[in-house]
Design a protein around this ligand. Sequence first.
Ligand code: GUN
Ligand code: FE
Length: 450
Amino acid sequence: KVFRGTAFTSRLPQEVRALEDCLFCLDAEGLIRRILHPQDLEYAKVLAAYSGRDSFRELSDGQYFLPGFIDLHIHAPQWAQAGTAMDIPLQDWLDTYTFPLESKFSDLDFARKVYQDLVTTLLANGTTTALYFATIHKEASYLLAQICADKGQRGFVGKVVMDDKEKNPEYYRDESTEAALADTESFIQQVLELNKTTKQGVYPVVTPRFIPSCTDEALAGLGELAKKYDTHIQSHCSESDWEHHFVHERMNKSDAYALHEMGLLQDKAVMAHAVFLSDEDAGLFAETGTAIAHCPISNVFFSNGVLPAARFTQKGIDIGLGTDISGGFSPSLYDNIRQAVIAARMLEEGVDSALPAAERGLPKSRISANEAFYYATAGGGQSLSLPIGRLEENYIWDVQVIDVNTPNAKLPIFDAEISIEDLLHKILFLSRPENIREVWVQGECVHKRT
Ligand code: GUN
Ligand code: FE
């Protein structure tokens, strides 16, 4: 297949590159083999050879390729309660809303309805890869992986582990530590088999919910399983001051050090939130290659804080963006890009009237739309250690086609000479799902809006 058009891709966190009117030549696996620029000698030859063929796709005026977005943290079952209960603290929210809802996913018909709707919605919002928490049920978790496989989304799916008998309600917890580990292992094996049948890949993820819901034995056992099968790992780390203090009290160390001791921090690990990491914790993330799933909408509600993303990026920590449905209400990474920029700005310039201006906020916290775009694309790919999130040779063709002239959703662009960077920023701040005309994963079209 060959695609022709202008594409945006991150080069560095602060720097976006526009590839103007290029030809993107894919191989049968959906990998970008060659990118030809108009000035390249072969450009005209390839164009002539492919023009008019079924395997050639040319963008029209006002259409652009963006890398597909990577949602680095999302609770699939919580899609059913998205938009509700945004006014109660994390612990109450888990007990009164979330655990009762998640317990219903023992019903596969209910699970199917919610999961099909969610995966379809994410694709329509430009999300081509997602790192999912499912529930404690291995059958329903496997169903989510199957739905990703069917719909062509690259899904990373975790059966959630919550084995502590004191900390979890009787109606929603693993039967025992042994059962939690055995279910996780058979889930991993099943998804590895399913993976072989897909082009885009679906992957099992070792998923302790967070330290407060797991026993030490389960945490250590999960660390071993991740090692044995070389899987990804996900959990929540230092999300709220309640959680942070709970772990300190139980383990006499920070969340980050406790997870590390259990073998849960490594290159393929992604920890959600990390708002309360100390500098030492952050050093441990950088050293082990552990990534942060930055969930800027959710953080407003459950962390009462802002991740110092710019500072952690400077320290060399991989960061991607997550919706954290339903701690965050929106399935859209566009909304989270916007919130990431807004929140960082408020961290830098937060007002505390008791302090002199010089002591307010955290200096150099602001990020530009370029960095938020980096987190949603290249940063997510780097976090997952896969060649996704960039439009470069030897990266996978996961893209969204943005149309700034969609009828009834036209972006306000009145300057024909608008710079390419301003154009991207308009796309990031103002696009709606109507502007996402097509979505491709691994070279296959998985969503089309006519
Ligand atoms: N910590 C433990 N479980 C959850 C969850 O479901 N959502 C969020 N935001 N934090 C959690
Ligand atoms: Fe979460």
